[in-house]
Ligand binder design. Structure first.
Ligand code: DGL
Length: 276
């Protein structure tokens, strides 16, 4: 069903991820677009995406997009590196509404700086797809890309154990290539990873730009809404978070994450949980 004019403008921005990670993107978008309405879908039932096949990722991404459209979304943000890397083309083909992933806007942002070498940390599936490296090399001549898959990071963050001993130990292991060879920029290619920003910096012990994809995504989204005259013109509604499986930890992690990452007042962000 296609909505026109004002009806469409009132629609929320639909955002999905496999779990809590996409909230790092939502947080950035909320800073940039405080008057917009949001529906966030965390596909906790199928978490983690990082170790699944491309076919499965495509299936989950289609289901999530359908659900968000049913819920009235005017635009879809894939706040997940794994789903962006393997399913964005199919979603764009299949659905008749704008779809924004995390890779292209981030590469556009990086392109504006002078960069010769860059690190990418992401899930196994994302690294396997080669999507970051491909897009970076298409856009930036002679760029050298150092990829590092970090299989455990999203799961440990999802369980609320990012700062546990295990969290520290895996960060130590995954940062090894960047300790041996200094680098000045690392893309946090999975949306769970901004949760580890402090630990990564401490482990590396030298100045590094950690690129949070949510920032570039929020700018791209703003630009799109502006050009297409799609800003919400009504009073802001409550934001909603949907999960495909109840996850007790989610609320706690969301609260910690927002405090830690966004530093906005909790009161302005009312979270309602609906199990679907
Ligand atoms: N946050 C997601 C990503 O950006 C997925 C992590 C996972 O489910 O493995 O890749």
């Amino acid at each position: 069903i296609k909505k026109e004019g004002n009806e469409m403008k009132k629609g929320p921005i639909g955002i999905f991820d496999s779990g809590v990670g996409g909230l790092t993107v939502l947080s950035e978008i909320k800073k940039q677009l405080p008057n917009e309405n949001f529906i966030y879908l965390g596909d906790t039932k199928n978490f983690p995406y990082g170790n699944k096949s491309k076919e499965q990722i495509i299936e989950f991404a289609i289901q999530n997009t359908k659900k968000l459209i049913e819920l009235g979304a005017k635009i879809i943000v894939i706040a997940c590196g794994t789903a962006t890397s393997q399913a964005i083309d199919i979603l764009k083909e299949k659905f008749d509404l704008p779809i924004i992933g995390i890779i292209e806007p981030t590469v556009e942002y990086i392109k504006k700086q002078s960069v010769e070498r860059i690190g990418v940390i992401a899930t196994e599936g994302t690294i396997r797809s080669g999507a970051w490296e491909r897009t970076l090399k298409e856009q930036i001549e002679n760029i050298e890309v150092i990829n590092k898959a970090c299989p455990m990071l999203a799961t440990i963050a999802e369980e609320g154990r990012a700062t546990s001993e295990e969290g520290r130990a895996v960060i130590k292991e995954y940062m090894e290539p960047f300790k041996r060879n200094r680098i000045d920029k690392i893309i946090l290619g999975c949306t769970h990873y901004p949760i580890y920003e402090g630990l990564i910096r401490a482990e590396l012990g030298y100045p590094v730009e950690l690129i949070n994809t949510g920032i570039a995504v929020s700018k791209e989204l703003e630009q799109y809404l502006k050009e297409n005259n799609l800003f919400n013109s009504e009073e802001k509604q409550e934001d909603l978070i949907y999960l495909t499986k109840p996850e007790e930890e989610f609320k706690i992690i969301a609260k910690n994450l927002l405090d830690f990452d966004v530093k906005i007042r909790q009161i302005t962000w009312h979270i309602r949980f609906l199990w679907i």
